[in-house]
Each structure stands twice: as structure tokens, then as C-alpha cells.
Ligand binder design. Sequence first.
Ligand code: ADP
Ligand code: MG
Length: 341
Amino acid sequence: MDAPLAIDVSGLNKHFGNRHVVKNLALQVREGEIFGFLGPNGSGKTTSIRLLCGLLTPDNGQGMCLGLDVIKDSARIKPQVGYMTQRFSLWDDLSIEENLDFVARMFGVTDRRQTVTHTLEELGLTSRRRQLAGALSGGWKQRLALASCLLHRPKLLLLDEPTAGVDPKARRDFWEEIHRLSASGVTVLVSTHYMDEAERCHRLAYISYGQLLASGTAEEVVSSLHLNTWEISGHKLHGLAGKLRQLPGIEMVASFGATLHVSGRNAELLQDILERTLAGSGLHMRPIPPSLEDAFIHLMQDDQDQYGSPPGNSPPPRRSCEGGGNRLDSRLRGNDGRYGE
Ligand SMILES: Nc1ncnc2c1ncn2[C@@H]1O[C@H](COP(=O)(O)OP(=O)(O)O)[C@@H](O)[C@H]1O
Ligand SMILES: [Mg+2]
């Protein structure tokens, strides 16, 4: 039997001035689940997270979080939620232990000393407990931030891009921790730009311009897009991507290592156009099942950094993107590699 729902909201809307930032958000997250929240910068992830934990009040909408009404009971939801903000927000000039002690006081944790000691142990921070937070590397800072969210034993963790800028080893360790928490019954909603992290979630949602475009398990998200994908390999791939993007039936072209992935929804048209284009070129093509990464690159084609989006948030013209790394937003940068933030 499915676990009960920790989050069950629908029709949530939020405007900032005349900017409609969250549009009819409907989200269901099960107890103990790790739910991934993906989408470009400015698409409304942080705002949605703040609506769920009661830090922001939606303009309208309804739903429950931890069995409590998100609108009427926000004051009772907050103490049961651990919210890790997108930016490190603890005190640089306090040690790890002092930070945790201070946060435990703020939360009114009764067995404070014991809880801090236990949390230090649990997160492998004991040997570093006297180090100043400001002197820690990104990975240890994030671990400290996670520890501080756990002191009051929350039932729901909201982690807003917790591993941005953290090295791969520390990211892997961090995810082990998230899975450990999930296994102990804590529900985790986590926003991320990393594809490998998306794949570690039980279920996912992709948000763009405040609107949920896809959600479900990785397999459900992939199959809901009805993509057909071909892998093209061989020498002289250079320049091919640009040419393919101009052709009908080809909706997505992306480099994956030494190959290209080419996708489209019209299977016959796609195959026909590829066969004709590659005839006599010496290049090979073979059908492959679309991956989650193919699906997200496809979804992102209409996206760019959305912080600068005009009031009304009309999507920009369709655009292709190319890239082989696993950081989703690397594909959203302009030619100069800059974000619009
Ligand atoms: N407090 C605020 N006041 C006005 N606009 C805001 C505020 N917070 C966020 N926004 C705008 O709302 C949009 C969504 O932002 P955000 O939820 O932070 O997106 P994400 O977390 O996906 O990057 C952006 O256009 C952002 O500029
Ligand atoms: Mg954000």
C-alpha cells in the first residue's frame, strides 16, 4: 500500500506584483519519499518551497502539509519542517558546535546538549566541531546546514539546491545522508540542477515559468514526453548538430560524449529525415530508449534563466541546447556562459 501523503496541495498561486511566479501548483509527496524539484533559475522552485512551509502565503489554493492546512495552520507546520535555504545562512564566526547549539536554542530543543552531540555524531561532524563555519569547504558547510535543520527532528525536510557548488564526493556523501533520512521516515523535497541527483529521487517534478510541466517517477516523466531517440556516432560529428536542428521532425539534439542524441515525437518523420541526412556520410545511427537526461533537455529547450523574464512570464522562443555535462543549468547559459542573475 502507498504511504500516506506528507504534502498534498493543489491550485497554489503566487504573484509578486504583477509577476505570476507560481501557477496552479499541484503536488503530492508521500511520507518518507525523496521528491526532486527541477527547473531553470527563476522558475519558481524556491517560492514553491516557501509556500509549502508557510513562509509565504499563497494568493489562493488549498492543501495539506503534514496533515495540516497550508493556509490556516502554517504556524503549526513550521516547527515540523527543516528548511535548508539556497544560501548558507549560519554564522561564519561561530564554530560548527556553536552554530548548532545556537540553532537548538532558537528551536527551544529541550535536551539541547545531548541533541547537539548526537547530531554532530550522526553527520560525521564531531572531529571538526571546533572549526569555524566560515573556514569550511562548501561540502562541510552544507553538511553543517543540514545538521542544523535536523536538530528539532523535523518530519519534512525542504532542501533548496543543497549541493550547488559542492564537489562530487561531498555531493555523493550528502545524498547518502538524504537516503538515510528518507529510510528513517523523513520526507524530503529537494531542488536540484544536477541530473545524477534527479536520478536518485523517488519521484520528480519539472517546473518552468511557475508551471509544473512533468512529474512522476523518472520512467513516468520520460514516457510522458513520447520521445523517440537516436544515437549518432562516428567521425566528423562536428557541425552535424547545427545542421540537424534546422530539419523538420528533429526537436532535440544534444552531445553525449562522442555521440549525438537526436529526439523527436514523430517517430517516422524523425527516422526518415535522419536516414536521408546521414546517407553516405559513414555515420551510424541506432535507436535508443530516451533517458531522463534526454527528457529534461527536451523540456528545457524553451527555457532560459527565468529571473529576467518579463511580467506575464511569456516563454522565450524555442531554442536548442547542446551539452554533455550533467549539470542541467549549464545548458541554459548563453554563449558567454553567464547567468542572468
Ligand atoms: N520576494 C520576491 N519579490 C519579488 N519577486 C520575487 C521574490 N522572490 C522571487 N521572486 C521572483 O520570482 C521568480 C521565481 O523565483 P524563485 O522562486 O526564486 O525561482 P527558483 O528558485 O526556481 O530560481 C523570479 O522571477 C524571481 O525574481
Ligand atoms: Mg531558488
